[in-house]
Design a protein around this ligand. Structure first.
Ligand SMILES: *Cc1c(COP(=O)(O)O)cnc(C)c1O
Length: 223
C-alpha cells in the first residue's frame, strides 16, 4: 500500500518541491517500504521516536523534525537531523545552537509561524520572528542556519481560508527574505501543506510539503 500511495502522491508533486514523508507513529517496516520505493526524506515529531528509527534504518535517509521540540530532547536529534521545521522561540534556537556546537555541526532550521485560526497550534508571528532575528543572541549563534519558514493552515474544508493562510506564510517568507536574508541563498524554504491541503500549498509557493496519512494511511491516534 505504501508504495502505491507514494507513487500516487509523487505524481502530483512538481519538480523542485520536496516531499517529506511524515512517518510519525508508523512502524519502521512502513518506513522501509517507502525507502524501498525510493523515498529518502522522512518527517517525525517525537525526538526519541526519530532517534530510534534513525538507528535502525538506512543511513542515507534525511530526517526532518516537524513537531514541537522540547529543549531536553534536542540532544537526541542534533547529531543527525537534516532540518528542524519547528523553531518557535529564541530559547529553543539557542539550545539547538548550543548542542550543535558540541557536535561541530551547523543545523538547518525553519522558523515556524502561527498562520491558522486555531489557538492550539505553535508558532511565531512576524514581530516575534523579527525579535529573534534582530537579537544579539541570534547574531552570535554560529551553528544554526535559518533556511526558511514553516506553517500549518487551519484544519477546515474552506479552501479560501486555507489559501489565505498559506499565502500569508508566503508573504512572511518574502518579508524576511527582503529584510534579513537577501544575500543568503540558503534562505529559500517554505514548508507548508499536509495530506489534505498540499496541492493548494504547492500553488501558493511551497518548496516542501509534509504528507503523512496520504502515504502511510490514517494514524491510530492523534498527535
Ligand atoms: C502530522 C503532521 C503532518 C502530516 O499530516 P497528514 O495530515 O497526515 O499529512 C504534517 N505536518 C506536521 C507538522 C504534522 O505534525
Amino acid at each position: 500500500m505504501v508504495k502505491e500511495n507514494l507513487e500516487t502522491v509523487r505524481k502530483t508533486i512538481p519538480y523542485g518541491v520536496l516531499l517529506v514523508a511524515v512517518s510519525k507513529t508508523k512502524p519502521v517496516e512502513a518506513l522501509q517500504e517507502a525507502y524501498d520505493a525510493g523515498q529518502r526524506v522522512f518527517g517525525e515529531n517525537h525526538a526519541l521516536e526519530m532517534r530510534d528509527k534513525h538507528e535502525v534504518l538506512p543511513k542515507d535517509i534525511d530526517w526532518h523534525f516537524i513537531g514541537h521540540l522540547q529543549t531536553n530532547k534536542i540532544k537526541y536529534i542534533v547529531p543527525f537531523v537534516k532540518l528542524i521545521h519547528s523553531i518557535d522561540t529564541e530559547n529553543l534556537l539557542q539550545a539547538v545552537n548550543k548542542e550543535a556546537v558540541k557536535h561541530d555541526r551547523i543545523v538547518d532550521c525553519l522558523l515556524q509561524f502561527h498562520i491558522a485560526e486555531e489557538e492550539t497550534k505553535f508558532g511565531l508571528n512576524l514581530g516575534e520572528a523579527e525579535g529573534i532575528l534582530n537579537s544579539d543572541a541570534f547574531k552570535a549563534m554560529k551553528n544554526v542556519r535559518i533556511c526558511g519558514v514553516m506553517g500549518m493552515a487551519t484544519n477546515t474544508d474552506d479552501e479560501i481560508q486555507i489559501r489565505k493562510e498559506l499565502h500569508h506564510l508566503k508573504d512572511i517568507f518574502g518579508t524576511l527574505k527582503t529584510k534579513y536574508f537577501t544575500d543568503c541563498e540558503y534562505f529559500k524554504e517554505i514548508s507548508m501543506g499536509m495530506s489534505d491541503d498540499y496541492p493548494i500549498a504547492i500553488e501558493e509557493g511551497a518548496t516542501m510539503v509534509r504528507v503523512g496519512s496520504r502515504i502511510f494511511g490514517a494514524r491510530n491516534y492523534n498527535v
